[in-house]
Ligand binder design. Structure first.
Ligand code: ADP
Ligand code: ZN
Length: 363
């Protein structure tokens, strides 16, 4: 029940992603073997802390003589300069050293914020990620992106900072709300589309509408997704090219999130809708991607998308996406299932038609 993916990255010589079920002992072993057990900074999601303070979190923090606890309230608003500054203050006031581990336990919000604290305090402290949401397990805990939001925009402050290790204990999913599982599945489906269609086959066989319960299939699925992400980012740590394919569906999704308002929209659902646009676009460009690969999961995502904006306006909003190059819209398309690439679209009528396809499906 424990598999370890060993990676070579351009930043550190080695880094590990471990995926398993009930791996608290493994984590304790690793921490004991790697760090002096004096101090540790534990940055934990508040909900996760409430649920696991007498079990998992107690076991981990109990290893250290002086654990410093920093709690992160749920929600995107926690990725703020104010909370960042508060946690940095608490960290420095505890007189930590550059060898003191920063152990981050939570979903993507806690991971981004806690990762940035580890990257910044004392110019970098060893970072251990323990992702607890499906999205964090398959996506945000892998790849070294850390950061917080600014009133000017999301994720505008941050850095690329590799964790020393990522420990994914699937047991956490037993308490994750169903809507957050479905949120994470958007990215899982994405990996199936861009890289490995077996993911789609496995997903179809899993009881996705029932409360999460452990199975070997889930463990393998999450391990495969984490491995795909880490393989891609290992080859392209600072996002120069290859890493772009992870944005499949996202150029559309970012616009969907913007017009719906970030508070009202789940990232996974926006990505799912966005992938419909990306598949349509691929087919308009002459490829032949069966939409059944996406429609098989349609019942997971039942909310509608009825924007006030016209097709032109939606298309223009994509021009503001940071992935735009030379007035063309940079989008990830599929040449075949499992084979993605980036391309610049100058004929905007193709994009409008793709938006039309999304709206007709999700009205
Ligand atoms: P994401 O991981 O999707 O980027 P968040 O970090 O905001 O987003 O986590 C989503 C929600 O799930 C938050 O309300 C968080 O408190 C909660 N959460 C994360 N992990 C767990 C867990 N294992 N059990 C229960 N709730 C969790
Ligand atoms: Zn995403």
């Amino acid at each position: 029940m424990f598999n370890s993916i060993q990676l070579n990255t351009s930043y550190t010589s080695q880094h590990h992603v471990h995926v398993g079920y009930e791996i608290g002992n493994k984590i304790a072993e690793y921490l004991s073997a790697t760090f002096t057990l004096k101090k540790a900074v534990l940055i934990a999601d508040e909900n996760v802390h409430r649920l696991y303070k007498d079990t998992f979190i107690k076991d981990i923090s109990g290893l250290f003589d002086e654990p410093v606890f920093c709690l992160v309230p749920e929600g995107e608003q926690s990725k703020s300069l104010a909370l960042f500054s508060e946690i940095i203050a608490k960290t420095l006031e505890a007189k930590v050293e550059r060898i003191t581990p920063v152990i981050v336990i939570g979903g993507g919000v806690t991971g981004d914020l806690g990762g940035y604290v580890a990257a910044s305090a004392l110019r970098g402290m060893p970072l251990i990620h323990i992702p607890t949401s499906l999205l964090a397990m398959v996506d945000s805990s892998v790849g070294g992106k850390t950061g917080i939001n600014h009133s000017v925009g999301k994720n505008l402050i941050g850095s690329f900072y590799e964790p020393k290790a990522v420990f994914t204990d699937i047991k956490f999913l037993e308490t994750l709300p169903q809507k957050e599982i479905i949120n994470g599945l958007g990215e899982v489906i994405k990996y199936g589309m861009i890289k490995d269609e077996n993911i789609l086959t496995t997903l179809k066989s899993l009881p996705l509408f029932e409360p999460f319960s452990y199975s070997k299939e889930w463990e393998q699925l999450i391990g495969t997704c984490a491995r795909i992400k880490s393989d891609i980012v290992t080859k392209d740590f600072k996002e120069s090219g290859l890493r772009e394919i992870l944005n499949f569906g996202h150029t559309f999704a970012h616009v969907i999130e913007r017009v719906r308002g970030y508070e009202n929209s789940s990232h996974g659902e926006a990505v799912y809708m966005g992938m419909w646009g990306a598949v349509k676009l691929s087919n308009l460009l002459g490829f032949n991607i069966d939409i059944a690969n996406l429609s098989a999961f349609r019942t997971l995502y039942d909310s509608s998308f009825q924007p006030q904006e016209s097709l032109e306006e939606l298309t223009n909003l994509m021009l503001h996406d940071k992935k735009v190059k030379d007035g063309s819209i940079r989008v990830i398309i599929l040449e075949e299932l499992g084979k993605a690439r980036a391309t610049g679209i100058t004929d905007l009528s193709l994009i409008r038609e793709s938006w039309n396809y999304i709206i007709q499906e999700f009205e």
